[in-house]
Design a binder for this molecule. Sequence first.
Ligand code: C2E
Ligand code: CA
Ligand code: CA
Length: 942
Amino acid sequence: MLLSDLVTYKNDCISIDSTLNDAIDRMGQEGISHVIVVENDSAIGILTLKNIIEFYRNGTDGDIKAIDVASYPVLSIHNDRPVEMAIELMIDYDVRRLVLIDEKENYISTLLQSDILTYYENKVHTAQEVFQCLNRRNRAVSVHHDASILEAINLLQSENRDVLIVLENNTPVGIVTEQDVLELAYREISSSEPIARYMHFPIITVEMNEKVHDAIDMMRERGVHHLMVKGRENDMYLLSEKDLVLNYNTALEVKLESKLRDTKATYNLLGLAFCEIIDLGEQQIIKWLNAEAMMTFQVKIDDCVSKMFPDKIWQTLLLTLRTQGGVDKEKIEINDRVYEVTLIEAEVNNQPIMKLFLNDISELVRLGEELRKTMEYTIELEQEKSRLYLDVASVMFLALNKEGKVDLINPKGCQLLGITQEDAIGKDWFETFTSNEDREMTKTLFADVVSGKRDVVEYYENKVYTKEGNTRVIAWHNALLKDRNGEIIGTFSSGEDITKIRESEREIERVTHYDVLTNLPNRLLLGARLEHSMQRAKREKTKVAVLYVDIDNFKDINESYGYNVGDLVIKRIASGMRTLIRQEDTISRVGGDEFVIILEEIEEISQCERTLNQIMHLFKEPIDTSFGDLKLTASIGITIYPDDAEDGETLLKNADIALRRAKESGQNSYYFYTQEMSVQLFERVLMERELHRAVEEKEFIVYYQPQIDLKSGKVIGAEALVRWQHPSIGIVRPDMFILLAESNRLIIPIGEQVLAQACAAVKRLIEQGLFKGRISVNVSGKQFERPDVVETIHRIITESTLAPEFVELEITESVLMSDPKELGEKLIALKALGIEVAIDDFGTGYSSLSYLKSFSIDKLKIDQSFVRGIPSDEQDSAIVKAIIAMAHALGLTTIAEGIEDEIQASALKECGCQQGQGYIYARPLSEEKFEEFLKYNDISKS
Ligand code: C2E
Ligand code: CA
Ligand code: CA
């Protein structure tokens, strides 16, 4: 399709001496937005609405010449050119009209974008939708409907638009185009009048998803050049014919305008002249050219190639192209300059074109001349220079011949390898210097490259040996060496020693993933390993055991012997445990004295039991330190994937729960995780929260269990037993919460509350004359541990105003195991205050009776487990007898607890036990009931 085929001829030219008013008249008559000023049949200027508006803005003057307002020169194109060329010209020069000329360059007519549009419309049916044609430039510029014509003109100019939307209350009510403004000028309407009076309405609006060809139909039908498109967020766009043309270009696979510009911009940056040429048989014309070509050869699109340089040269080039398929960097002289010319055939949009590249190498040639003149000197100098460069280079240079033997190595390379050049030249590089692990790989690679089997590998890293046998990591950049004929003769490489970099990378990897003390994987890496183990187990249908190992009482080691010893212990244990597990298993240090072991490929639980026993055994081995041998124990919690959980986090939590259970059950043991543990833990957490609250709210009350003199049957005291009066559960017995309270040390405030309450109650009962014995209060080991225990107890008793002589403390045997010096001092201090001390649950612990002698203790309380068995159980009877006899010998009083029947009571009496306590006399009683008991029970009165 040629341009001449699609233009609609119009009477749009005026002579050179026409006035501006003539031009405006003509536009009005013909309904066109431009006129061409013609002189001697050739177009010399174009007058568009834009020109006129600009002029009109400054006030019209009817006598002015049209040519004075016109723009020139006009952009012209021969009318026998393909349509695509016209599009490129319009895009490149950003114009909407071209002047069509004949072979004599005479004016024929004007080509409008809408003409091209018509062409495409007839040719192309497309499914394209309107929104695909929109871009930011289409965003509508609006003017308020109160604005004057002048304001509208100003806006058209400043925003460089040819159409405006008129808005009233933010609603588009009309459209104003340059054409309208022109008409106003034509009608000599004052520019201060409101624009709204002359706008077009209603506005033609299409939806975003309207088909493009429908939109075109609509435009033609209504005779408009713009459509309004409502965007998604109520933003408005105006779509012009040009946008649709561009869009059709896309449909025709001509690149989008921007894309086109991009590639052309690249050509403009090339620094060499570039032309796209189309062949019209007789002549070849420039379809497109870059800025360099334009400047150097003073040509434009649509010019003949022969305008660029003498026809003779061009014909020779064409001949070479046709006979040899192309011109490759041929040197040609044009106008005293030397060009390297490349001419190839290509295809753009199914259209055959030629691409012409002209590289101005005049300077190079001149240099070459000079170079030749001083050749010998230069070569010498160049060699000297390259040698110098090789000598001072801070990287290694290495040239190998085809056999892989060293041809050249620079001083840096020698220094790096600790060799002299003589050591290396002629040696087989791979056999002599490449590390064993990399040798085969690099050798094969090299052989393939020099034999031309594969391209040179521009970059790789490998290890080389120094003379001393150390390895260094080298990063190589490689190039092929070819001789004059292009034959490969070897390789040339630069090598950089990156050993340090790789080492520090490894170091970073180590510190982020490994524990510094033991070098074991840390928690982070453990997570990854565990994930990996689980995936593998899933694949292979095996199990994974996760062991949480914790050293018992490790805190004591740190506190007693210092952190150095602590660290040593951890290191020993870590390395010991590492020997117990297989290569594929993981051991990780996750906390101060905590380790996690992952055992893979477990098929039966017994497999991990073996490892567990080995670990327990390992701990039995004494560790020698500067403080002597240390013997340790460990507690372990185990959980199994996928039985217990299927994700790493839960598995670790489970193992931890099982570990806690092991700890609670007295350490030095291992426990497999069970579901109940989680439930218990959950309950325990709840309970703990409740307990905290109970301490705050003082929900603890005290029950009193009378203590009886076995001979006389009189009440000689009472034991204070705590009860938790829970607001919703009611009375809670101590076995439910004492253990927990001891583990979280809440027993300390609880114990203090009990002591205070008991003292107050007894004080009252004494004052009422109902009671005259001692109140026996249980004191937990946790309380007794505290250095200020005596002061605290003394303070509480004093505050209750009860005399300390009425108080007795029950401590368990475990308290006796603490530091004997400290304990002794505390007991003496209590004694000094008049407070007595009884050993509770006696016989269940390990304390030897003789040990008791060293402390000031007053009473032994025989544990109810022995009382239960007497007199029928011989062993129990024997123990009870022995305890009583021993106590006598030491001058201690004995009291038996848990007496439930008369037989037990009389048996104890017979053995010489002085006092008793138990259900047979009374259960633990509330304060009120205890008072009643004291009032109405005979024995209390005597
Ligand atoms: P315990 O000190 O050995 O207290 C004696 C326990 O035996 C009491 O249980 C009491 O009710 C029960 N008992 C008394 N006579 C008989 C009997 O004839 N037969 C049987 N089967 N049991 C009898 P309770 O009150 O449940 O206290 C349980 C444990 O809670 C106490 O054992 C003590 O270790 C601890 N406890 C109670 N109150 C306190 C307190 O205020 N502070 C501390 N630290 N521990 C307390
Ligand atoms: Ca007790
Ligand atoms: Ca007891």
